[in-house]
Ligand binder design. Structure first.
Ligand SMILES: Nc1ncnc2c1ncn2[C@@H]1O[C@H](COP(=O)(O)OP(=O)(O)OP(=O)(O)O)[C@@H](O)[C@H]1O
Ligand SMILES: Cc1ncc(CO)c(N)n1
Length: 277
């Protein structure tokens, strides 16, 4: 593959950040985010929020980092590096949500993608009601783009999502939480809605669909999508274009997902050519 950027000391890629958890199986979380960032030739930095013991079959244990550790990681980063776009992933308790929200406020950055990880598609529940309340009050209002999956959108909108109409209604209800736009992801929908997403801002509503990839190996698709949106924003794309390009990237990576382990395998990020940005 031809590298699009010359490697000399003058070339500086955009700096992006993922505030997320580690997946020991390497499929989701920070591991998926960094593979995605590398695919987009952006420099990925990390604030680790939790360490999960996880594989293709599920989550066995979650250890949250302390708010002090998370704060220290933010301080080290922002005292030295200029972040152009960031995404947040799993935040397993209310103090962590509040800590991250406080640091994001001081960054004065508009390119914020919030992936409100609460329930993975494999059914792992990561958060309690206090955490959901903190997400709603302090983090979601800072999002340029919020990316709930079907189950997270149901919780945030307090509405059962069964069809396209309820996906749209949920998106519009979630906007009232104060985010600038919301992408209700359809990976967990069934039939012809599987893989269809609904994006809503106050001005616009779009249905996004590429092609359905018939595979059980989709572990990390949500993290990959949010990371790819973040990378596209860092390269200067508008929110809708960033989402469209990111969805194309996820579709390609799903085409190349691979069966390691006995459960849901990860996406094949490194088999996708350099994405246009
Ligand atoms: N089989 C599929 N074919 C095409 N697109 C898919 C498929 N499964 C998921 N997607 C897309 O992948 C993106 C991620 O959505 P999804 O609903 O899977 O997120 P998620 O549940 O947060 O993922 P995960 O918890 O596995 O990281 C969305 O754009 C969705 O439409
Ligand atoms: C660490 C981590 N973050 C996010 C998800 C959601 O897929 C996961 N399974 N694990």
């Amino acid at each position: 593959m031809q590298l699009p950027i010359a490697s000399n000391s003058q070339t500086v890629p955009p700096v992006v950040l993922t505030v997320a958890g580690s997946d020991s199986g390497g499929g989701a979380g920070i591991q998926a985010d960094l593979r995605t960032f590398a695919s987009y030739r952006v420099h990925g930095t990390v604030v680790v929020t939790a360490v999960t013991a996880q594989n293709t079959l599920g989550v066995e244990r979650v250890d949250a980092l302390s708010p002090e550790s998370v704060s220290a990681q933010f301080h080290a980063l922002v005292s030295d590096l200029k972040i152009q776009a960031l995404k947040t992933g799993v935040l397993v308790n209310a103090p962590l949500v509040e800590t991250v929200a406080k640091h994001l406020k001081t960054l004065n950055l508009s390119n914020i993608v919030v992936d409100p990880v609460m329930v993975s598609r494999a059914g792992a529940v990561f958060v309690d009601s206090a955490t959901i309340a903190a997400l709603k009050s302090s983090l979601i209002p800072q999002a340029l783009i919020l990316t709930p999956n079907r189950y997270e959108a149901q919780i945030l909108a307090d509405l059962e999502i069964t069809n396209l109409a309820t996906m749209k209604t949920a998106a519009q209800k979630i906007l009232e939480l104060g985010c600038q736009s919301v992408l209700v992801k359809g990976g967990a929908m069934t039939g012809e809605l599987r893989g269809l997403d609904v994006w809503a801002s106050w001005q616009q509503l779009e249905i996004l669909q590429t092609e359905l990839i018939e595979t059980p190996h989709t572990h990390g698709s949500g993290c990959t999508l949010a990371a790819a949106i973040t990378a596209n924003l860092a390269w200067g794309e508008t929110p809708l274009t960033a989402i469209q390009k990111a969805k194309d990237f996820v579709t390609q990576a799903l085409k190349h997902s691979y069966p390691i382990g006995a459960g849901q395998g990860p996406l094949g990020h490194f088999y996708v050519g350099f994405p246009s940005s």
